[in-house]
Design a protein around this ligand. Structure first.
Ligand SMILES: *Cc1c(COP(=O)(O)O)cnc(C)c1O
Length: 451
């Protein structure tokens, strides 16, 4: 069976349509081939093989059309095969596909950097350079901070996720699956508490102040502020469970960094590009980071990531000290320009906020009905529920897995997350039509109530 249209993108019928079991026979056949050819270390959330996607749906090889609450992990925020992205990439592919920006440069790379310098928080002078993945961006941000400060230590937080390379898996908090068996880890990485309101021992009202005090005390006493090159933090912890730090925590950490010459690196790889109802999540508390790392939503799925920061920091690195063969590939740069045009033309910042206004009240009323939902949180189109054993705060990862399984069977793509694996996270494309958002929420509510 094939789909009704040859093309993906927003022209795909915006409907949930199940014509086989999930996964269907064609996907099962392809999955068997995957298992024989690809190592199991590359996991699979939902084994349907995609042929088309666009708007709020993903269409599989059996002709099923699924509602997408994942966006390929917060990547296709502008929608899959978004027209402005497709048009620019098609044109660029016919002109040239690669020169290496460090060999013979091209304009689109510079334009992306100019735009990021202008759009990221703060009106100070900035520089940007481009790489291929979120991990590479974070790793490079740390290189810049070390080079500029002459210091070595890096401070990260509980529940943090920063990637899978040696340095970034070291920066990541969770052992299984990200670190298990992959040591020894990179030296000079120190972890301090995050202001996690739901699980703060003395309650959410004291969380920001106490967590900041503990973090700063640990940095001062155990590491020595003068030895710290950088603090790396996600303004909302992503893989760690969509934890929104208690208000006041991030500004306090930033202030401490400023007072001690520590580079504050905001890892906005997951929160960036309109996802949380502002272009960058740091804007919510008016934070101006020294360096900001971006990726995921930046280029509609083409591999691109960026390091943007204070000119004096980025200019401190010697000529040739930064870069890579593919970083800022011309197709990916064109895609990024198409993404930025789409965010503006379709008011995706406003759309993300609107998605939050629809989802959060629905999730909270579900929480009132079902004690298994311990916490509802998030901002804009980055929301989550945390599952617990009723009457306690004990993490309930099997409930999260079971609800996800039921949603998948009904044609709703949802992802899990969390240090304890007990969080269901929702990351719909920002262009998702409202009727699909409502239908997806209905499927989720049914899955929770039937558990
Ligand atoms: C996904 C993610 C990364 C890693 O990005 P990759 O492109 O997978 O290397 C880093 N930081 C955060 C906050 C992320 O969500």
């Amino acid at each position: 069976m094939t789909t009704t249209t040859a093309e993906g993108g927003p022209g795909l019928p915006q409907e949930r349509r199940l014509v086989t079991q999930i996964p269907g026979p064609r996907s099962r056949e392809l999955f068997a081939r995957k298992q024989a050819a690809v190592p199991p270390g590359i996991g699979t959330t939902l084994p349907v093989f995609v042929t088309h996607a666009g708007g709020g749906v993903v269409v599989d090889a059996d002709g099923n059309s699924l509602i997408d609450f994942g966006s390929g992990i917060a990547v296709t925020s502008v929608g899959n095969a978004a027209p402005r992205v497709v048009e620019r990439v098609r044109r660029q592919a016919g002109e040239f596909t690669h020169t290496c920006f460090m060999v013979t440069p091209y304009e689109s790379y510079v334009t992306v950097c100019e735009k990021l310098n202008a759009l990221t928080p703060g009106d100070h002078e900035k520089r940007t350079f481009l790489v291929n993945s979120g991990a590479e961006a974070v790793e490079n941000a740390v290189k810049v901070a070390r080079s500029a400060t002459g210091r070595q230590a890096v401070v990260v937080f509980d529940h943090g996720y920063h990637g899978r390379t040696l340095l970034t898996m070291t920066l990541t908090a969770k052992n299984m699956p990200y670190k298990q068996g992959f040591g020894p880890f990179a030296p000079e990485v120190y972890r301090v508490p995050l202001a996690y309101p739901y699980r703060w021992p003395t309650g959410p009202e004291h969380c920001a102040e106490e967590a900041a005090e503990q973090a700063i005390d640990m940095i001062s006493k155990q590491v020595g502020a003068a030895n710290v090159a950088a603090v790396v933090i996600e303004p909302i912890a992503g893989e760690g469970g969509f934890i929104v730090p208690a208000r006041g925590f991030l500004p306090r950490i930033l202030e401490f960094c400023k007072a001690n010459g520590i580079v504050f690196i905001a890892d906005e790889v997951q929160t960036g590009f309109a996802r949380t109802g502002s272009l960058f999540a740091c804007e919510d508390e008016g934070l101006v980071p020294d360096i900001i790392t971006t990726a995921k939503g930046i280029a509609g799925g083409l591999p691109l990531a960026a390091v943007t920061g204070r000119a004096d920091l980025l200019d401190a690195v010697h000529v040739g000290g930064l870069g890579g063969t593919y970083g800022g590939n011309p197709l990916a740069c064109e895609a990024a320009l198409g993404v930025l045009e789409t965010i503006e033309a379709e008011d995706l910042v406003g759309k993300a906020a609107r998605i939050g206004e629809i989802m959060l009240p629905r999730l909270r009323s579900l929480q009132e009905r079902f004690e298994i939902i311990g916490d509802v949180r998030g901002r804009g189109a980055m929301t989550a529920i945390e599952l617990v054993t009723p009457g306690t705060k004990d993490p309930h990862p099997t409930a999260a897995a079971e609800i996800a399984k039921r949603c998948h069977a009904e044609g709703l793509v949802v992802l899990t997350a969390g240090t304890y694996g007990n969080v269901l996270r929702f990351l719909p494309p920002l262009v998702m039509p409202e009727h699909l958002l409502e239908e997806g929420l209905g499927i989720l509510e049914k899955a929770v109530s039937e558990l």
